[in-house]
Design a protein around this ligand. Structure first.
Ligand code: PBG
Length: 335
């Protein structure tokens, strides 16, 4: 990077193409690396046995029954992907206004966590802390007379977080954007003997159109009443996103996330430079769907497009990326 200390010589003393001439020279001056160890693989869960239920808006992605999720976990481990992240598709009769299924010890997500930790103990399991898969109206918080109420939602989220920690989750990923949830979860985890449970806060989470396919995958789209603009960040606001990261770190988050990914690389860079903490980006479902659709149409080269979309996050300062391309890309990187 030209940081002001290293102005290049003038042409022809300096010819940039000298260092681009061969693959060997290019490899020597490559500034950024991407490896399977940088990836977190998000997986959708569904009830049943031996079920692989394709998500129509995310070609190549399917909801998996717990036994199949265990197989995916073994695959992740084999590929050198350190972590998977679980998202349940909850049966309709378990989606209620009080969201009680969210903190049931035996809900789908907690059963999958136990099964995976049992079968693949070395794999890091991350879970999602938000009420939307369990909520009759698709919101991340409890709804009272049309309002997403903050403090009551935080109480529910804390219960949910404790149930996940109890099931053995290594990392909790609060994706709900309620105020005060990180501090409340951290305190409850400390008090209940889960002092080593990691919190990867979805700190800079924007109110994005790019979550559409995810909401299909977890069955929240048809249910969502209104939008999430009263709790997720306005896409116009970079300073606010930085403040949210500062706040979540102060409340006890170990790592932070920027979400979505590619439209928010400026936020990734600002967060990494400002806080120098483990910083992740989520290449969300809509980003996946766009790239996948263009690949499937034959409009862009699959391997190059996947790799370029991910190296961008590393270049922007991210330590890792949640991506639905994780297994494909890990296979590619492993040759
Ligand atoms: C819900 C949640 C969402 C995602 C992860 N957790 C959707 C939303 O906020 O509506 C999106 C992930 C993706 O789009 O891939 N709390």
């Amino acid at each position: 990077m030209n940081n002001g200390h290293s102005l290049p010589a003038a042409f022809p003393a300096m010819r940039a193409r000298r260092l681009r001439r061969t693959p060997g020279l290019r490899a020597m001056v490559s500034e950024t690396q991407l490896s399977p160890a940088d990836l977190i693989w998000p997986i959708f869960l569904t009830e049943g046995v031996d079920v692989v239920d394709p998500v129509p808006t995310m070609p190549g992605v399917a909801r998996l029954s717990v036994d199949r999720a265990v197989r995916a976990a073994k695959r992740a481990k084999g590929l050198g992907i350190p972590a998977i992240c679980l998202f349940p598709y909850t049966e309709a009769d378990r989606r209620t206004e009080d969201c009680a299924e969210a903190w049931s010890a035996n809900n789908l997500s907690n059963r999958a966590t136990r099964a995976i930790k049992d079968a693949v103990p070395g794999l890091v399991v991350m879970t999602d802390v938000a009420l939307d898969p369990y909520n009759a109206n698709g919101h991340d918080g409890i709804v009272r007379e049309g309002v997403i109420v903050n403090d009551e939602s935080v109480e529910a989220l804390v219960r949910m977080a404790l149930a996940q920690a109890e099931a053995g989750a290594d990392i909790l990923g609060p994706s709900d954007m309620m105020d005060g949830r990180i501090g409340a979860m951290r305190e409850a985890l400390e008090e209940s003997g889960h002092q080593d449970t990691v919190i990867l806060s979805y700190a800079a989470k924007f109110a994005s159109a790019f979550y559409g396919p995810f909401r299909d995958a977890v069955g929240a789209s048809g249910r969502l009443v209104g939008d999430k603009a009263t709790y997720q960040i306005d896409p116009a606001n970079g300073d606010e996103a930085v403040r949210m990261v500062a706040r979540d770190l102060a409340e006890g988050a170990d790592m932070v996330m920027v979400k979505p990914g590619m439209p928010y690389l400026d936020i990734c860079r600002r967060v990494k430079e400002r806080f120098a903490v483990p910083t992740f980006a989520y290449q969300v479902s809509g980003e996946y769907a766009m790239i996948r659709a263009a690949i499937d149409a034959g409009w862009i080269e699959p391997e190059k497009a996947m790799l370029e979309s991910l190296i961008a996050f590393r270049r922007a300062g991210c330590d890792g990326i949640l991506t639905y391309f994780a297994p494909d890309v890990a296979e590619l990187l492993n040759g």
